[in-house]
Design a protein around this ligand. Sequence first.
Ligand SMILES: [Fe+2]
Length: 288
Amino acid sequence: MSNNTEEQITQNVLNSMAQAPNPRLKKVMNSLISHLHDFIREVELTQEEWALGVQFLTRTGEMCDEKRQEFILLSDITGVTMLVDAINHRLTDGATESTIFGPFYREGAQELPMGATISKDGRGEPVVVTGQVLSTDGTPIPGALLDVWETDENGLYEQQDPEQPDMNLRGKFRTDSEGRYSFVGIKPVSYAIPDDGPVGQLLRALGRHPFRPAHIHLLISADGFVPVTTHLFVKGDPYLDSDAVFGTKNSLVVDFIQHDAEEEAAHYNVTVPFYKVEYDFILNPAGK
Ligand SMILES: [Fe+2]
């Protein structure tokens, strides 16, 4: 180890892990060290930059608590979250594409009857979301569970906003015997990811904005099928092409069509004007 040339430093670290008992850990760490050292050599990192990096990661950790996960945010804005998702969800046969899970999901949303609203405060413009959950061969899936969440009209999730009722704009719905589902939400709005911490500072330093295009989150599962974590995005949103967390996929961008007929509104138990979205979710059978 006395021959500490730049290249030898890397080799010494790799050699030190040669006896690691877990082969996967060894593979991951070998690659991580090799790329990290190559990166440092490529940019010729200065001591000041190294210290800045350490401070940045320290502040990122200090920003985390039960309600705030700054490291996931960092992963999101660097595209790491979406890349991991893409590698782990190489779906085939036209199954619904997945996207980012995000930090705002909460366990324990109430299961609601078909067609019920998830809004507890009545704010926002109602949207009727309806369709079927199907297998990749087109067979309807009865009893599939849709776990839905979105922000209020002010762009805040309920746990970010003391003004909102607990578990506002969250709900679970089951498909009927023909795989059909229906629920009422509100037309989602574009919102800024939390940008008052180190991740926000990094975005500003990079000349980037913190906005996400308007979306409804859905987690869809059914016995015997691979669950999918996904969004429905609003067609025409100005941030579709510059999502701060790179989560947009064309197949998930849908028309929110405005309806003004009182009779139709009464059928869905909503007020006019309301919006309607029709979308079928396709699940891959498990074990394929
Ligand atoms: Fe979101």
